[in-house]
Design a protein around this ligand. Sequence first.
Ligand code: C2E
Ligand code: MG
Ligand code: MG
Ligand code: MG
Length: 291
Amino acid sequence: CMPFRTAFPLRSASGTASLPDDHEDTLRGRLSRAGARGEFRLHYQPRIDIDTGRIVSAEALLRWQQPDGSLVAPDDFIPEAEETGLIRSIGAWVLEAACRDCRRWQQIGLAGLPVSVNVSAVQFRWGDLESVVEGALLGSGLDPALLEIELTESRALEDSDTGGQIARIAATGVRVAIDDFGKGYSNLARLGELDIQTLKIDRFFLHNIEEDDKGLALLEAIVGLTRRLGLEAVAEGVETPAAAARLAMIGCSRAQGYLWSKPLPPREFEHFALAWEPLGAMDMPKKRAGR
Ligand code: C2E
Ligand code: MG
Ligand code: MG
Ligand code: MG
């Protein structure tokens, strides 16, 4: 089932000629007002330690709520937000909201549960990401050690400026993860230089690891590389108990996926996390199937 629909075409086929003067109905126009109208939502997906069965953190995933209540997925509006620069204010809101929610978790019985926030490479372009992160931490009172930012692997990681910003953010105690690792642009030489703590292995590598020996070999190599670099490997997109078992076998014990939970609205996530009992990895999915 597809939980989201695409509410807008990303670009009009005829270019700009037919856009109305006030841009009222364009994606750009609506997106530029969405923040002020309070239309953004964060959903949270738990990250599980397969060995202990515990929830070890949660990833904030952005949704855009429409007047009819439907939710637009980030892939359908983040690119436009990046092109227009709107990602700057949207990204700041995401960091503030995620830090606020995580601070709340500390007080309602989920002490020690960190939050992970996706940050666009474009957000580095303005050079003020450090102060945006710092502002979100100060505004919420969240311990920097409980925040991780996820940066999708891209050419931007090659900029020494980006590397410097990552290092300064990491120096404040905030963790930095490389997202979607192995799928797109991989500069392995650069990987050893960046001040990062986590590699999130793209869910592409989870495809067919049950039957496909080559796929499993690639996954094992990435997990091995991650360990040798002293980083933590996290597998994305785990959908089956067999995939989780394979991951545990090759030493990748951190994972996210529909097997455990979809991203949930904040209150639902809190209830889910509070009710969660670390029963042992392989039992959990079946025992929880009724949820
Ligand atoms: P991502 O950070 O790699 O997030 C993982 C995506 O996979 C999410 O899609 C999540 O809902 C989905 N997913 C989780 N488990 C499974 C699974 O078991 N199977 C499958 N098929 N999918 C799974 P989502 O929420 O649509 O987000 C898509 C992308 O949008 C994210 O990829 C991230 O790159 C970007 N994004 C999301 N929120 C933000 C944000 O606040 N800021 C920025 N800049 N980008 C964001
Ligand atoms: Mg991510
Ligand atoms: Mg991504
Ligand atoms: Mg990813």
